[in-house]
Design a protein around this ligand. Structure first.
Ligand code: NIG
Ligand code: FE
Length: 417
C-alpha cells in the first residue's frame, strides 16, 4: 500500500509495545529503535522499523512526503489528560495573596479562586469561550500536545455548564479532544450551605448531557469545604448510571477517602493525590485506576510536599502527568510539567514519557489509538530538535518540539530543514 508519508533517519524512536497502560518499572523501559523509520497511510502508522528496512519495504509514490529526521528523536504526541482549559478571566492577583499566607481553600472560601472565575465565565458566550479555548489548545500543540481532556466546571449553574460543554464541542482545534462534565467543581453562592441541593441540580443535567453527547466523563472536586466523599459517591454513581465514564479530583489538600470511593466506582483516573495514603494507592492498584499527578499545581499553590510517585511506581501503578491548566495554574506547555515531574517528583525521563503518552491515553479512553508508535495507531508524532527525549527534561524553558504530526499531517514545523 502506498505511503502518504515516510520518516527516516530517526536517531531514536521511542515506543511502548503492547496494549493499555504501562505500569510500574515498565515505565522506565521503553523500546528505543535506533536509526528508525516510520510510514504513514490514511492518518495511521503503517510500518515501524529500521530506517533502511522501512525505506526498502515502503511503497513510495510521487506524492509521498519524505521527512529526513537527520538523527533526531521521535516520540508519540503528548496526551494531556487533565485540563480546565475553557474559562473566562485570569487570576494573576492571587499570587500575592498566596505569598502573604492565604491558602488555596481560604481564597475559595472567601469567594475567590474557582468562584471568581465562575463570575468571569458566566458572562461569556459559547463563541467567546470556544475561541479562548482554541487559543490555548493551539499553544498546547506548539509544545507537542496532540490529545487533550477538557473539563467544564466554571459555570456552576445549568446554563453556563451547558455553555462550557458546547464551547468544547464547538472547538475548531485540530487536537483530539475528550470532554468531561465537572459541574460539581465548587458550591456556587446561590447554593452556599446547601451542597446536596447543588449535587441534585448537577445530577439533573446528566440526561441532557448524555443525550446531546456533550461529555464522555464526569468528574467532581472531592475536597474539604467543597464536596465530601459521600456526595462524591452520589454524584459519580448517578453519572455512571447515566452512561458517563468517571474521574475524581481527590486528596489534593485533605484526604476525604475520595480515591478509595472513586476506585470502588471504577474511575478511570484519580487526580492530584498529594495526601494519598497506602489505602488509596492500594485501591487504585486493585481497580486499575490511573493515578494522575499535577506538578504545576503543586508549584502554584506553593506546596512543598509531593505526591508519592515513587511508591506508586513501586506498587506497579501506571502514573500519568498533566498540566491541569486552569486560572490557578496557567500553563499550556507540557514540557514544563515534564521538567517539574523530573526535578520535583523524581521521575526519570523515560517514566515521564510513559506518563505523557500511553498512560494518559488510557486515562481518557484513547489507549487503543493514541500514545504509541505502533502499526495501526493514529499517526500523532513529534520530531524533536534533539537526539534523545532526555534533553526535553534537561534543558528546560525552551521548546524541544520541531515538527508536530497530527493524524498523519505535519501541522507545525519550527526548524528550517
Ligand atoms: O484541578 N482543585 C480543583 N480544581 C482545579 C483548580 C481550579 C481553580 O483553582 O480554578 C485543579 O487544580
Ligand atoms: Fe483539576
Amino acid at each position: 500500500m502506498t505511503s502518504d508519508m515516510i520518516l527516516h533517519n530517526i536517531g531514536k524512536l521511542y515506543t511502548y509495545p503492547g496494549k493499555g497502560p504501562v505500569p510500574g518499572s515498565r515505565m522506565d523501559d521503553p523500546t528505543i529503535i535506533e536509526n528508525a523509520g516510520v510510514t504513514i497511510r490514511d492518518g495511521k502508522i503503517s510500518m515501524v522499523g529500521g530506517s533502511d528496512e522501512v525505506w526498502k519495504k515502503a511503497d513510495l509514490a510521487e506524492f509521498t512526503e519524505c521527512i529526513d529526521c537527520k538523527g533526531k528523536a521521535v516520540v508519540a504526541g503528548f496526551v494531556d489528560p487533565h485540563t480546565h482549559a475553557v474559562f473566562g478571566g485570569t487570576r494573576e492577583f492571587e499570587i500575592s495573596m498566596k505569598l502573604k499566607g492565604a491558602s488555596y481553600l481560604e481564597i475559595l472560601e472567601a469567594g475567590g479562586g474557582i468562584l471568581r472565575t465562575m463570575n468571569d465565565t458566566r458572562s461569556m458566550s459559547v463563541e467567546e469561550l470556544s475561541s479562548t479555548l482554541d487559543e490555548r489548545l493551539e499553544r498546547m500543540l506548539t509544545y507537542g500536545t496532540t490529545s487533550v481532556e477538557i473539563k467544564s466546571g466554571y459555570g456552576l449553574d445549568v446554563e453556563t455548564e451547558m455553555k462550557l460543554l458546547k464551547a468544547i464541542k464547538a472547538s475548531k482545534s485540530r487536537l483530539t479532544k475528550v470532554s468531561t462534565f465537572l459541574g460539581p467543581h465548587a458550591v456556587p453562592p446561590e447554593y452556599k450551605g446547601r451542597p446536596d441541593a447543588f449535587i441534585d441540580l448537577m445530577i439533573s443535567m446528566l440526561p441532557e448531557i448524555v443525550e446531546k453527547d456533550l461529555a464522555e466523563y464526569a468528574d467532581i472536586f472531592c475536597e474539604k469545604g467543597v464536596f465530601d466523599g459521600e456526595r462524591s459517591r452520589r454524584f459519580l454513581t448517578a453519572a455512571r448510571e447515566a452512561g458517563l465514564k468517571l474521574k475524581i479530583h481527590s486528596d489534593e489538600v485533605e484526604n476525604l477517602n475520595g480515591t478509595v470511593i472513586g476506585a470502588e466506582l471504577g474511575v478511570a483516573s484519580a487526580d492530584h493525590l498529594l495526601v494519598s495514603e497506602d489505602k488509596d494507592l492500594e485501591a487504585m492498584r486493585i481497580s486499575g485506576t490511573v493515578p494522575t499527578v499535577l506538578p504545576g499545581t503543586l508549584m502554584t499553590i506553593f506546596e512543598e510536599r509531593v505526591p508519592r510517585v515513587r511508591d506508586m511506581i513501586e506498587m506497579d501503578l501506571p502514573v500519568a502527568i498533566a498540566t491541569d491548566i486552569n486560572p490557578n495554574c496557567m500553563v499550556e506547555n507540557l514540557q514544563f510539567i515534564q521538567t517539574l515531574a523530573c526535578y520535583r517528583l523524581k521521575m526519570t525521563p523515560n517514566e515521564i514519557l510513559a506518563a505523557s503518552t500511553v498512560n494518559p491515553a488510557h486515562a481518557i479512553g484513547l489507549s487503543d489509538r493514541k500514545g504509541r508508535i505502533e502499526e495501526g495507531y493514529d499517526a500523532d508524532l513529534l520530531v524533536l530538535k534533539d537526539d534523545s527525549f532526555d534533553h526535553v527534561v534537561y534543558h528546560f524553558g525552551v521548546n524541544h518540539v520541531d515538527r508536530v504530526i497530527l493524524n498523519g499531517r505535519v501541522v507545525r514545523s519550527e526548524l528550517e530543514w
